[in-house]
Design a protein around this ligand. Structure first.
Ligand code: GDP
Ligand code: ZN
Length: 387
């Protein structure tokens, strides 16, 4: 296939990128790049300076070296929409990353401002909790806090800075529901988790029997999802159930690259048959093992340390006299961007406090009720078509 044939592109429903999440917003973002003869694609895998990009003509192997090097936040990541140069040899070049709507960022060290981006442009964070063991509500809470903060901890990468609702939405899935055969007991468990996570949808699902899968499939159909949870929580089984095959175990897909050759690709980004996209990277797999235990406060430990030296113990680091945080920004010791991220994290942490705020809780619940109803309607329509 010639490079120019990669150029034929439109946003009609026949556009092969639509199942990957391409929409009018991305199309608009891409206009200028299209004028420069670049082609859009979504990164489905990254390793050692190379990435696999799904473009309209198939999978393209691209080098990432022209994207601002040495800034980990600007390194191409699975989930990114990028502009690829169709000219030149193999590998081609990623010329730019389209502005990320959300990014799941792992803070590599509390002393450093940079983080490691694990996945980008995520809409749903699915927190998997096994019903095979006693529910640990505190752990669920920590996972939620992690989901909320990590998807938006970096101001740079946030589309709408003022509202967490525009970021990734958390969803709790109680897995292995078949192990709780008593429906009343199961509904109590679901309610316990709902109380812990106000406004967050809670589903009971069994990958084994398929119970609840249609509701989950409908909930994740409209975007890009990641599965979080402890090892053994049932993430792989759930992913396989959603994908309808053992793709997570055997993920070697034969792809045609831009030159018509077949290449073997391990994808970390997969299109779900019921709609939507699932991202599963080795980095995300480890998420349950780190931050959720450490607590989110440590992500901005250096600001917390500074804050302890502010004149007022309830200092908002806004314009207060004797504010050690603002002083550090003034001297350049603390990047302003970092403070902005911290402020957003704090705002988003108010979500946790929403537990004691009935108004906010009602608001969040209304939103999710609406989404839940849409999901159920979609699932019912699907059943109707089948039956
Ligand atoms: P992961 O580590 O989170 O990816 O978890 P796995 O998907 O590997 O599942 C861990 C264990 O739980 C495996 O032994 C699975 O067979 C089992 N498991 C997963 N889903 C279910 C389920 O729906 N029902 C039951 N009974 N067992 C399950
Ligand atoms: Zn202060």
């Amino acid at each position: 296939m010639s490079p120019s044939s990669l150029l034929g592109f439109s946003s009609t429903s026949s556009n092969p990128l639509v199942p990957y999440g391409w929409d009018a917003g991305w199309e608009a973002e891409f206009t200028l790049h299209a004028e420069q003869g670049l082609v859009p694609g979504r990164v489905i895998r990254v390793d050692r300076g190379l990435c696999d990009v799904i473009a309209s003509a198939g999978t393209v192997r691209a080098a990432t070296e022209f994207v601002v090097p040495r800034d980990p936040m600007k390194v191409v990541c699975t989930g990114d929409w990028v502009a690829v140069d169709p000219e030149g040899g193999d590998p081609r070049y990623v010329r730019t990353i389209l502005p990320r709507r959300t990014a799941f960022v792992r803070s590599t060290s509390s002393k450093r401002s940079e983080g490691q981006v694990l996945a980008t442009n995520i809409d749903h964070i699915v927190i998997c909790v096994s019903l095979a063991v006693e529910l640990d509500l505190g752990r669920i809470e920590r996972f939620l806090a992690l989901a909320m903060s990590s998807s938006s901890g970096e101001a740079l990468l946030r589309k709408s800075a003022d509202s967490w609702e525009s970021g990734a939405q958390p969803l709790v899935v109680l897995t292995k529901a078949d192990l709780v055969p008593d429906p009343v007991g199961l509904s109590y468990l679901v309610r316990d988790v709902e109380t812990t996570a106000p406004g967050v949808p809670v589903l009971a699902v069994s990958a084994l029997t398929g119970d609840g899968l249609d509701v989950l499939a409908a909930a994740v159909a409209g975007g890009t999802s990641v599965l979080l949870g402890q090892s053994g929580a049932g993430k792989s089984s759930l992913a396989n159930a959603l994908l309808g095959e053992d793709v997570m175990g055997v993920r070697h897909t034969r792809d045609v690259d831009g030159k018509g050759r077949h290449t073997t690709t391990t994808r970390n980004l997969l299109v779900l048959p019921g709609g939507g996209v699932l991202i599963d990277t080795p980095g995300l797999r480890g998420v349950g093992l780190w931050d959720a235990e450490n607590g989110v406060g440590q992500v901005f430990a250096e600001i917390e340390e500074l804050a302890a030296r502010c004149r007022f113990h309830d200092c908002a680091h806004d314009s207060e006299p004797g504010c050690a945080v603002l002083a550090a920004v003034d001297t350049g010791a603390l990047p302003e961007r970092r403070l902005d991220s911290y402020r957003k994290l704090m705002r988003e942490n108010q979500w946790i406090t929403a537990k004691s705020d009935a108004r906010l809780r009602a608001e969040i619940r209304r939103d999710w009720k609406r989404k839940g109803a849409e999901g159920r309607a979609a699932a019912a329509a699907k059943r109707g078509r089948r039956g």
